[in-house]
Ligand binder design. Structure first.
Ligand code: DAH
Length: 442
């Protein structure tokens, strides 16, 4: 999962670029998505290939590992939090992925100049509408509807590099759990959620600050600490339910615009620390703007692919999308909590071809957006693209022309590709790159 929420002051320069991906229409036209028409504009960069994945809903497909994992996570929340035998969490797993920029960013206090908003990271339908980049985009809307404990599950969309762990669509589970004073401190009337200087009935008279690393200025330390303790216990409980009690883990301080304090949980897997979720105490402004003004809440977001790949030992993220029976039958008719260890059906050989080009005047190796190139490669090559990596870049000492070289790794998951077949796709990619970016193949 790519990090969207790097701390703004750690970014030296959020490069805002004007480069347009060639499939973006030059004149105004409409895009029909799920039966609705959208007017395109200079922000449109969603590709037909990406739109073709919209109705796949892997997280709801029986026997797909992502769906199995979704059910296990939902069950954990259903059984851990009940009132008189009934679950207190509600589950939303079928929300439309088409959201407004207000939902994806503004409701979550993500400022206009935040790096996560740039066109190169997200699939925009137009300036005001995009394919959600995280499930958190639905948080305010659900809070506004009166919900206090809920899970939001579905696919999210991010433009990205290509390799065995990155795919432009992946699935997230996001959650909010809210508590009123009486729920958080049932036995002690002297303990409060809010500092005495903060009047919850007049929230706008107070400027909430996050300059103290331990808490938001409106919250008491005891409420923050208790919520944080619950948050960590609940999430650790979930991870141990999935991976067993012996899992090695660590909490890392993090930054998200919509929570404070914020943390990431990492598990030790395959000799590496693997970040599996982000979480924190919801910024009080978000709750107040959406309605609730007497509660404190925690929230978290986790990536299903990462967890499923670690849990079932699935080596390549593209396998999640496989309709091959050799893959799917390994997850079929299994007990929900059964230990499943994926066995590779067969490893077909890879085929690597390089593509080198001169950039046209006006573009440099610093301003050329690799993500635009990755999308083009994926659009032409489809699922046989295993990886695209930047191999070399240089500036010619005499002509001052800028050159880039990418290696494209091709591999079919279900059969051997012939060199001739790969060459043909590679040629198509060259042609498309010439017309999209005006480059000259070397
Ligand atoms: N939305 C974050 C992401 O996509 C993950 C996340 C972090 C969600 C913290 C949350 C949260 O709800 O509280 O990286």
């Amino acid at each position: 999962m790519t990090k969207l929420f790097v701390q703004p002051n750690r970014i030296l320069s959020a490069v805002l670029h004007r480069l347009k991906y060639s499939t973006a229409p030059k004149t105004e036209s409409t895009l029909r998505i799920n039966g609705a028409d959208f007017i395109t504009d200079d922000y449109t960069n969603v590709t037909p290939k990406i739109l073709s994945y919209l109705d796949r809903n892997l997280h709801l497909k029986k026997d797909n590992p992502l769906s199995i994992l979704r059910q296990r996570i939902v069950n954990y929340f259903y059984s851990s939090f009940t009132y008189r035998g009934n679950p207190t969490f509600s589950v939303y797993d079928n929300l439309s992925p088409i959201v407004t920029t207000k939902q994806n960013y503004d409701d979550l206090l993500i400022p206009l100049d935040h790096p996560s908003r740039v066109k190169s990271d997200c699939y925009y339908i137009n300036r005001r509408t995009l394919l959600r980049a995280h499930m958190t985009a639905h948080q305010s809307e659900l809070l506004r509807s009166g919900l206090d404990n809920f899970l939001m599950i579905g696919p999210v969309f991010r433009r990205d590099e290509i390799d065995s762990t990155h795919f432009p669509i992946f699935h997230q589970v996001d959650a909010v759990r809210s508590q009123r004073r009486e729920q958080l401190f049932p036995e002690n009337e002297d303990l409060h959620i809010f500092e005495p200087t903060f009047d919850p009935t007049k929230p706008h008279a107070f400027t909430n600050s996050i300059s103290d690393p331990t808490k938001q200025s409106c919250h008491t330390l005891e409420a923050t600490k208790l919520m944080e303790h619950q948050l960590k216990e609940h999430l650790l409980g979930l991870i141990k339910t999935l991976f067993g009690d012996n899992i090695k883990y660590r909490w890392v301080e993090a930054y998200f615009p919509f929570t404070h304090p914020s943390y990431e949980l990492e598990i030790f897997y395959n000799n590496n620390w693997l970040e599996v979720l982000g979480c924190g105490i919801v910024r009080n402004e978000i709750l107040v703007n959406a309605g609730p003004n007497h509660t404190i809440a925690y929230a978290f977001g986790l990536g299903l692919e990462r967890l499923a790949m670690a849990l079932y030992k699935i080596p390549d993220i593209r396998l999640m999308w496989s309709t091959d029976s050799g893959f799917l039958t390994q997850f079929q008719n299994k007990e929900l909590n059964a230990e499943i260890m994926y066995k590779p059906v067969s490893m077909y050989p890879q085929c690597t071809n390089d593509i080198s080009f001169w950039l046209p005047e006006g573009l440099t190796i610093h301003t050329f957006m690799s993500n635009d190139f990755y999308d083009l490669v994926r659009d032409i090559g489809g699922d046989i693209i295993e990886q695209v990596k930047l191999k070399d870049k240089f500036v010619h000492p005499k002509s001052r022309k800028h050159s880039l070289c990418y290696s494209i790794v091709y591999r079919h998951l279900e059969r051997t590709l012939t060199q001739a077949e790969v060459n043909q796709v590679h040629k198509e990619i060259e042609k498309a790159a010439i017309s999209a970016f005006n480059v000259a193949i070397r």
